[in-house]
Design a protein around this ligand. Structure first.
Ligand SMILES: Cc1cc2nc3c(=O)[nH]c(=O)nc-3n(C[C@H](O)[C@H](O)[C@H](O)COP(=O)(O)OP(=O)(O)OC[C@H]3O[C@@H](n4cnc5c(N)ncnc54)[C@H](O)[C@@H]3O)c2cc1C
Length: 350
């Protein structure tokens, strides 16, 4: 009999897992609370610009991710992000070039990094149901059902893979009906992983702006500056009309935490002032701005896995960057592949 598997979350980890499971013959349903694909690998269009306002690019750190990107998915529109990343310190001084930081290629898609998830879903090997937030799981005699906010129940599944950021996964499990002696330990482990919040401010200018040394991006190496990152979205092919510039300025987790409830104009104003100071010239008034507040941008830690391994015997699995301990698109996908492989081992193929 074909195994039915549910995946909660259409971020890159959930979609990578769904693809792997479907390729092995499972019937997979992905349930996603938002309208989009790719989760924090997010893109948006505005005033003729296409920009990535979560993850800026992805690297290709393993053979399985390389196979996915270069062989399984269409490569049309796949593009390298050109230019180096230069580090700066808490005083805003640029540090000497670090070849190690710039050793690996950085990738995105011309139509936005979110195209990664869209392309996986477009292979059409599994079902994706969007705009459905899963509120709780119900386990009964070894099978799983999932209940959404509006009371719709999806099921029955022989295994469930949870991929939201771990604090959200902990909330979901607290609401769920399943008995396991590791349940309390599991929820405590998930809750114990803190995530850094982060503001991403987008600053658009009607003129060409360059970063020092013609860099693609500047990154704060000692985490003491209010800015964590500044990059030029125009270094990605065909994203910004000629003669214009689009800067991505990400505030540090510390600053974001302290100003999480501040109004957007104040946050964008600070991002603009700090970016001008870092570039050592007054920036002109932006022609438009955008702001995204990420509550769970990057995990600060990796989750403990003993309780997770214990509940896997009952068909409950986890994937996502919280299992890695840092925010990386390619590593999150890798965790999806690993979870899919573990599910397949348990069900003994399909
Ligand atoms: C500002 C920022 C900059 C970054 N920069 C980079 C970078 O340059 N390079 C890089 O490699 N990585 C970067 N990252 C990290 C990278 O984006 C993440 O590590 C990666 O996208 C995580 O993927 P995921 O599948 O684990 O989680 P997510 O992308 O968070 O996917 C989880 C999905 O679950 C959905 N969901 C949550 N709860 C529910 C529910 N109850 N029911 C249904 N669906 C639900 C969410 O909507 C989401 O789509 C950055 C992240 C941020 C925020």
């Amino acid at each position: 009999m074909v195994s039915r598997i549910a995946v909660v979350g259409a971020g890159v980890s959930g979609l990578a897992a769904a693809l792997h499971l479907a390729d092995a013959g499972c019937e997979v349903t992905v349930l996603e609370k938002s309208r989009g694909f790719s989760g924090r690998a997010a893109s948006r269009t505005r005033e003729g610009c296409r920009y990535d306002f979560g993850a800026n690019y992805f690297k290709i750190g393993s053979n399985s991710v390389a196979r996915l990107i270069f062989q399984t998915l269409p490569t049309e529109g796949l593009s390298r992000v050109l230019g180096d990343i230069t580090a700066f310190n808490r005083e805003g001084e640029l540090l000497p070039p670090d070849p190690e930081r710039n050793r690996h290629s950085r990738w995105t898609y011309r139509d936005g990094i979110s195209s990664l998830g869209k392309r996986i879903a477009a292979l059409d090997t599994f079902q994706v149901i969007r705009e459905i937030r899963i509120r709780r799981l119900i386990e009964e005699k070894g099978t799983w059902s999932l209940e959404s906010d509006d009371g719709t129940v999806f099921g029955a599944f022989s295994a469930v893979l949870l991929t939201p950021p771990l604090p959200q996964t902990a909330d979901l499990l607290r609401e769920s009906r399943f008995d396991h002696q590791a349940r309390a330990e599991l929820i405590a482990d998930l809750e114990a992983v803190a995530y850094h919040p982060q503001f991403s401010a987008l600053l658009a200018f009607e003129e060409e702006i360059r970063l020092p040394g013609d860099a693609y991006a500047l990154i704060n190496a000692d985490r003491g500056h209010d800015l964590a990152w500044v990059s030029l979205e125009n270094r990605k092919a065909r994203r910004v009309p000629a003669g214009q510039s689009l800067l991505v300025a990400q505030l540090s987790p510390d600053w974001t935490r302290r100003h999480y409830e501040s109004n957007p104009a104040e946050v964008v104003g600070h991002a603009l002032a700090e970016t001008g100071r870092l570039l050592r010239h007054d920036l002109p008034e932006p022609v438009w701005t955008d702001l995204q507040r990420w509550r769970y941008a990057h995990p600060a830690d990796r989750v403990a896995t003993a309780a997770m391994s214990a509940v896997a015997a009952d068909g409950l699995y986890f994937a996502g960057d919280g299992l890695i301990g840092r925010g990386r698109v390619d590593e999150a996908m890798e965790s999806g592949f690993a979870a899919a492989a573990a599910i397949l081992r348990r069900i003994g193929g399909v």
